[in-house]
Design a protein around this ligand. Structure first.
Ligand SMILES: NC(=O)C1=CN([C@@H]2O[C@H](COP(=O)(O)OP(=O)(O)OC[C@H]3O[C@@H](n4cnc5c(N)ncnc54)[C@H](O)[C@@H]3O)[C@@H](O)[C@H]2O)[C@H](O)CC1
Ligand SMILES: [K+]
Length: 470
């Protein structure tokens, strides 16, 4: 079952890998027209009703393919300014612009529906927004009143809103979409339209769709608060986590550190809030934050155990790395779905008592409900329901500190309202691409400062890709 946003992620991955989505639209139209021809034969009265988005484009290609063997009419409902999506425009040119019936009134549509034996529903796909207004709600009602066979493309138009087409069959692409069942979709036929494993099961630029955009008129606090309790033994590790978290663009990052090292932190992180750790401060800061990180450079002491247990008790979204993983190995009963663990293979073995591999990571996530990011030349990210592989990076990233950067980045993303799984996938992807970028520029001669310095540019490259293709 695929959520709409997941479909977008896959489309962006496909676009990044192959450059153009039109071939997918052609394949979608081919799949639907073949289904109709196989089921209903030729010389039928077919009416295709397309909306202004890419679902409509799939309908237009379907119409193009069925045109020569049937008595076919194609309606296209454009946006109010007369436009359609750019892919649909290409589909319209292919069909022949002059033969398309654009924006007919409801009376004319009713008449055309009554004269058809097959209606192809391509009004809305996964890009539907609630509510469905006029004239679409009336068109959907007319379709449902007709005696014709109705075939929906990808999803019944309006599914999940108060006005939804109730088709005899739905031809859907790649996977069944969220909310679809035989009752609301008729017989469900899944067709592969050329999307492969790489776009679905591997981290890619498409994972940026889960990154909340910065709103132009936003207010302070809206983009989340990060709390970090790390670096108590090795201050450098703590500072790196904070610098990495900045790249997720949260509004506030607070470090809580022991009194003895607070001057060092204040100097190194002069632009961030550094507070002195005590039980009361910790309680207050845990209440205020949206996500918390502990573990990197922390050491194992009475206080660090206290911190880890307080983080568990807070119920906040939390990242456990390094020493915190060792501590949590003794408290597995406290693990829950708000938690992300970022172990390398040895830490994984300590946490789970099993060999570090995909299968065991999945088993552990299922049992405890948490997300695991198992670090390696290829990172494995799983929440027990989904698993994504994140490949790439640079051999130079075996140096100390890259794990701290990853943990900090994931925490920043979780503070930005991302769930642990998608934060882990995106964090891993950006971290690895950042390493690749540096390797390209300077071979292996780069360090953690360089990684932190270029992370914003790496992030922006993918952010811009999503924004410019939406
Ligand atoms: N990878 C794939 O599987 C591919 C799927 N394709 C098809 O593309 C659609 C999704 O296309 P998208 O352009 O994102 O959205 P839609 O066509 O579903 O609709 C958006 C369209 O409709 C307008 N709109 C949305 N809600 C409303 C409303 N309530 N009232 C009025 N208008 C509304 C919106 O403004 C847009 O213009 C997917 O389902 C597949 O069918 C592609 O072919 C590529 C590969
Ligand atoms: K549809």
């Amino acid at each position: 079952m695929m959520e709409n946003i997941e479909g977008k992620r896959i489309d962006f991955n496909y676009k990044w890998n192959h450059g153009d989505l039109f071939i997918l639209m052609e394949n979608a139209g081919k799949a639907v027209s073949e289904y109709i021809t196989e089921k209903y034969g030729k010389n039928r009265n077919i009416l295709v009703i397309s909306g202004s988005g890419n679902n409509g484009g799939d309908g237009i290609i379907t119409a193009h393919n069925l045109d020569s063997d049937n008595n076919l009419k194609l309606i296209v409902m454009t946006r109010s300014d007369g436009s359609v999506s750019s892919l649909s425009r290409r589909a319209m040119e292919k069909f022949g612009n002059d033969r398309i019936i654009k924006n007919p009134n409801t009376g004319d549509i009713r008449k055309m529906i009554s004269e058809s034996d097959i209606i192809v529903d391509a009004i809305f796909g996964t890009g539907i927004r609630d509510p469905v207004k006029e004239p679409y709600s009336s068109i959907i009602e007319e379709i449902n009143l007709s005696r014709a066979e109705v075939i929906s493309i990808d999803v019944p138009s309006g599914l999940g809103t108060s006005h939804s087409v109730l088709p005899d069959a739905t031809v859907t692409f790649t996977d069944v979409k969220e909310g679809m069942n035989e009752k609301n979709s008729g017989s469900i036929n899944v067709r592969n339209i050329g999307i492969d494993e790489r776009e679905i099961n591997y981290a890619g630029p498409g994972d940026m769709v889960y990154f909340p955009k910065i709103e132009k008129n936003g207010h302070k606090g809206q983009n989340g608060k990060v709390l970090i309790m790390a670096g108590w033994k090795f201050t450098g590790a703590g500072c790196m986590t904070a610098r990495a978290a900045e790249n997720a663009l949260p509004d506030l990052i607070t470090m809580l550190v022991p009194k003895a090292s607070s001057t060092i932190f204040s100097i190194k992180l002069e632009d961030q809030i550094v507070g002195v750790f005590n039980s009361l401060n910790m309680k207050n800061e845990l209440e205020k934050c949206n996500a918390v990180l502990t573990g990197p450079g922390m050491g194992i002491s009475e206080d660090s155990v206290k911190v880890v247990l307080a983080v568990c008790k807070s119920g906040k979204k939390a990242v456990f790395d390094a020493d915190a993983i060792h501590i949590m190995a003794e408290h597995r009963d406290l693990i829950n779905q708000n938690m992300l663990f970022t172990p390398h293979s040895h830490e994984f073995e300590v946490l789970t008592g099993t060999e570090a591999n995909r299968e065991n990571a999945e088993k552990f996530s299922v049992k405890y409900g948490c997300t695991i990011l198992l670090k390696g030349p290829a990172d494995i990210i799983t929440n027990g329901k989904k698993t994504v592989i994140s490949e790439g990076g640079s051999p130079r990233m075996a140096m100390g500190g890259t794990g701290d950067i990853l943990a900090g980045l994931c925490t920043g993303l979780m503070a930005r309202n991302m769930d642990p799984f998608h934060a882990a996938v995106l964090g891993s992807f950006i971290n690895k691409k950042n390493g690749e970028r540096l390797e390209k520029e300077r071979s292996y001669w780069f360090n953690t400062y360089d990684l932190l310095g270029s992370m914003g540019r790496t992030f922006r490259e993918y952010y811009d890709f999503i924004i410019s293709n939406e």
